[in-house]
Design a protein around this ligand. Sequence first.
Ligand SMILES: C[S@@+](CC[C@H](N)C(=O)[O-])C[C@H]1O[C@@H](n2cnc3c(N)ncnc32)[C@H](O)[C@@H]1O
Length: 284
Amino acid sequence: MPTNREVYFNLLKSNNKYLTRLVIKSLLNDANGFWDEISLYKSFDLPCNNYDDLLKKIERVKKGEPFQYVLGYANFIDQYFEVNPHVLIPRQETEELVISAKLLIEKAFSTSGNLSIADICTGSGCIAVTLKKYFPFATIYGTDIDDECLKVARRNAKSSEITFLRGNLLDPLIQKGIKVDVVISNPPYIQNHEEIDEQVWKYEPHLALLAKPSTFFYEEIIKKSDAVLNENGLLLFEIGEDMEKPLAEIVDKYYPNAKVIFSKDMHNKMRFLYIIKRGGKNYA
Ligand SMILES: C[S@@+](CC[C@H](N)C(=O)[O-])C[C@H]1O[C@@H](n2cnc3c(N)ncnc32)[C@H](O)[C@@H]1O
């Protein structure tokens, strides 16, 4: 049986574009049953466990299958979430959305009183589940049109109390007369699939990606949000690059008096839209 060090360097030397350092470490961690970096370094010169199974997984990754689908889980902030080809693999930008959401929610609402949050287009449930961890007292909802996504999201929620509802965007909440303080969403926003990576298009669910026009789901959510959002509510979105102008026009149409913040991601790209419904122009 080769050591972890041998496997690591042999895979690096193979120069396969999908076998990056991060992917190799993730595969090795998985094979050895490690959940942190330190364990792998400590065992670098020990035999690699489950080597035969690892070889099968490496073959799939080499052909382009995202390593998170091969492993069956993905890291999101500080937790692991089950993923399968029905759900989008959680992205780093979405981690940034959730971290900003935590700060905005703490600023806008008492962190021990009543708080309700709806994650629209929940997919794997990564947003809803992480916010439940940050605000355990909050009532959290997640909606998705796809039942298969909701099955994954429910498993990811484990024992935390989150209500997942199937249906179009806000409709399941409107039908039940549910009101919330925060609507958060990372909806589909890809207008042409040529815009995205070939690997993403081949393996990830098209239902999670495509929107025509790219602003379609944002306008649908913003248009109907008054029916579910409490008076001092927040609407928090991940957005695609180059969507600032059309989205600013949409927000102005439905919320002319709201405080509107467009925010950049770590790569200096405008990737988030925050609407503070009763913020007014002077909300700091
Ligand atoms: C971009 S993914 C986001 C998944 C997850 N929230 C995340 O950030 O990783 C969009 C999700 O929207 C769902 N979806 C697509 N159309 C929808 C609709 N009309 N109503 C509700 N959900 C929808 C898809 O099934 C998919 O899970």
